[in-house]
Design a protein around this ligand. Structure first.
Ligand code: CDP
Ligand code: MG
Length: 137
């Protein structure tokens, strides 16, 4: 998911290029603004963290770009492609190093396991939308 700050700063095109150049197939994509309740549900795992309110407020502050991405070893390789949560600690050339403006506004979200990738894909898309083979080949 491309986060609101990166959308506001007109980085969608650059970020999609990096993702495709890294070998991912974009199987489903859409842009829309999450409500505060949606952001709260998406990040429910962090509800007891000190940054939760700031995070869900930011994530519902403007449009995001949700995607389902396909590749071998997709989850692990994507975490490498996006870089560390804190852009100051992210490797040169990573999406967060290039496009983040703060730890909260860190440009992009990536699922942290295959199980969460499935959960998060079905949060934004129907299974029919992202499993149709004519979309993914
Ligand atoms: O996104 P990632 O898996 O790298 O990090 P996380 O620990 O799962 O945290 C989720 C999101 O919360 C991050 O991407 C940041 O946007 C935000 N966050 C924050 O605002 N302040 C922190 N100290 C840690 C995370
Ligand atoms: Mg995480």
């Amino acid at each position: 998911m491309i986060k609101p700050g990166a959308v506001r700063n007109k980085h969608i095109g650059h970020i999609l290029s990096k993702i495709e150049e890294a070998g991912y197939t974009i199987a489903a994509i859409k842009t829309f603004k999450m409500t505060l309740d949606m952001a709260a549900e998406f990040y429910a795992v962090h509800k007891d963290k000190p940054f939760y309110q700031e995070l869900i407020s930011f994530m519902s502050s403007g449009p995001i770009v949700a995607m389902v991405l396909l590749k071998e070893n997709a989850v692990e390789d994507f975490r490498t492609l996006i870089g560390a949560t804190d852009p100051d600690k992210a490797e040169e050339g990573t999406i967060r190093k290039l496009f983040a403006t703060s730890k909260t506004a860190n440009a992009i979200h990536g699922s942290d396991s295959d199980e969460n990738a499935e959960r998060e894909s079905s949060f934004f898309f129907s299974r029919q939308e992202y499993l149709r083979t004519d979309r993914v080949q």
